[in-house]
Ligand binder design. Structure first.
Ligand code: G6Q
Length: 545
């Protein structure tokens, strides 16, 4: 079905949607205990594997019929046509009239992706090559700071998409990073962020990467100017900027105005959304940390899942399956959130990264044609690494009144073999998904000798759905695969919901409103706000003194 045909029919009028509504009534009360008992092969059958990612989706509240209808929904929604449109450079971000081509950032040399009549792949590789050459100069010590010392500290200044990917990737790939160098990330306009990131660093050995697609973002530009003052105060010469500041941006004019030579600027393009940019030049800090070869492996991982998403039949397509299951809970079970639970300490920032990827992409209230949606769109994403979360919020997932589908992510091999730590960690993954699915009945609790009055408190209803994502080892390649898996799952969901997953008008409003009030904090108050805002501004100014 073409995109246009798909979009002329509202989602809730599609045959598959109606069939799913009826089907939901029939199976919503079925328990995973019974689904497994009646189907001994379920745990091997309802799984999919591609590019080293094993996805077990058997512990979901679905039957073969559910899957059939969800796949039919994907067909009727025109997912294939939308996916092809993205890969071929069509302007599918319709509100910003932009192509959406993060997949081009990891396309190998020689592939061809055309936007506005121009093949963009050669330009992608030209920037990657410049990044690699620069990284080698910094890492080898050939690049010297203003006073002749090699660079030992790298600080990325950026926010949102220009921060969350780099921080997440640095933490995730710390095992592969240069241990004799320090990497820090400043995002918040709260001066504390900058002060703490720099207080123990020597400016002579510090490089700032100013990462901003627009080079006009309030937080980033404030931090960038503070960084320049900090560096110049210590280095005492405006010429030092050339050796201690580089920029990652699409805005050469503003970069020049700031005082950074465009020879030290790494570009990207308007068809890279901020939250999809960690594999563009925005990943410069990642490349500096892990080296160009590992960065290439990261890109290769992304690309392998791009190809899988583009070519695999939907019933075996990991991002499509994950996206459809997310729609199933979000729209039929009314689940409000999804918990992402990586059982790997290196992935501690992965949930925060996914929060932006998923919520900024699919937190939309109108369809592509501007109609208010009549169904739920993007769920709230949240999470923490296991096993830490087990000792805090898992209580609510197990015994609370809310249904929270969870993604458990684990690796067969650890990067830090220490005694039996890894087996203990992974035992918890398997135990948690088992407990969430099957729970513990009153009979089982009683059989343990629990007094009657305590039995209800110790019952676990189970029937809590989970994905288990198992991979061999957390390598740069594996990280690329994992991120691409979620990117394309987000795409799948957005396509079904008929929304623009690639704009972010909700973010723009905050940027405008804050600018208006800054003037009032620094000058006379306007008194033109509501009574609450007027009072808060007045009180702040009085207490601030
Ligand atoms: C991401 C958003 C947003 C953006 C930041 C930073 O998709 O657009 O998070 O990345 O607002 O923008 P700049 O890179 O332009 O500073």
């Amino acid at each position: 079905m073409s995109i246009d045909t798909a979009l002329t029919t509202p989602l809730t009028k599609l045959a598959a949607w109606k069939a799913l509504e009826d089907h939901f009534k029939k199976i919503s009360k079925q328990h995973l205990r019974d689904l497994f008992a009646n189907d001994p092969d379920r745990g091997t059958r309802l799984t999919a594997e591609a590019e080293g990612i094993y996805l077990d989706y058997s512990k979901h509240r679905i039957t073969d019929e559910t899957l059939k209808l969800l796949l039919q929904l994907a067909e009727e929604s025109g997912l294939k046509a939308r996916l092809d449109a993205m890969f071929s450079g069509e302007k599918i971000n319709i509100t910003e009239k932009r192509a959406v081509l993060h997949v081009a950032l990891r396309a190998p040399k020689g592939e061809k992706i055309v936007v506005d009549g121009e093949d963009v792949v050669p330009a992608v590789h030209e920037v990657l090559d410049r990044m690699a050459a620069f990284s080698e100069r910094i890492r080898s010590g050939e690049w010297k700071g203003h006073t002749g010392k090699p660079i030992k500290n790298v600080i990325n200044i950026g926010i949102g998409g220009s921060d969350l990917g780099p921080v997440m990737a640095y933490e995730a790939l710390r095992h592969y990073s240069r241990r004799d160098m320090t990497f820090r990330f400043v995002s918040n306009v709260d001066g504390t962020d900058f002060a703490e990131a720099t207080h123990d660093l020597d400016a002579e050995e510090t490089l700032f990467i100013i990462s901003s697609k627009t080079f006009t973002t309030l937080e980033t530009m404030t931090n960038a100017h503070t960084a320049r003052d900090w560096a110049l105060k210590k280095l005492g010469d405006a010429k030092a900027v050339a050796k201690h500041f580089v920029a990652v941006s699409t805005n050469a004019e503003e970069v020049t105005k700031f005082g950074i030579d465009t020879a030290n600027m790494f570009g990207f393009w308007d068809w890279v959304g901020g939250r999809y940019s960690m594999d563009s030049a925005i990943g410069l800090s990642t490349m500096l940390a892990v080296g160009p070869d590992n960065f290439k492996k990261l890109l290769a991982g992304f690309h392998s899942i791009d190809e899988h998403f583009r070519t695999a039949p939907f019933e075996k397509n990991l991002p499509v399956l994950m996206g459809l299951l997310s729609v199933w809970y979000n729209d039929f079970f009314d689940a409000q959130t999804v918990a992402v639970l990586p059982y790997d300490q290196y992935l501690k920032r992965f949930p925060a990264y996914l929060q932006q990827l998923t919520m900024e992409s699919n937190g939309k209230h109108v369809t592509l044609s501007g109609e208010h949606v009549t169904y739920e769109t993007g769920p709230i994403f949240w999470g923490e690494p296991g096993t830490n979360g087990q000792h805090s919020f898992y209580q609510l997932i197990h015994q609370g009144t809310k249904l929270i589908p969870c993604d458990f992510i684990g690796f067969a091999k650890t990067l830090n073999p220490l005694g039996n730590h890894h087996d203990l960690l992974m035992a918890n993954v398997f135990a948690q998904t088992e407990a969430l699915a099957f729970g513990k009945t009153a009979e089982e609790v009683k059989a343990e000798g629990t007094p009657d009055w305590l039995v209800p408190h110790r019952v676990f209803e189970g029937n809590r759905p989970t994905n288990t994502i198992l991979m061999e080892e957390l390598t740069p390649e594996a990280l690329g695969k994992l991120v691409a898996l979620y990117e394309h799952s987000v795409f799948t969901q957005g396509a079904i919901w008929q929304i623009d997953s690639f704009d972010q008008w909700g973010v723009e409003l905050g940027k405008v409103l804050a600018k208006r009030i800054i003037g009032e904090l620094e000058g006379p108050a306007s008194g033109k706000h509501d009574s609450s805002t007027n009072t808060l501004i007045a009180r702040y100014k009085k207490q601030r003194g």
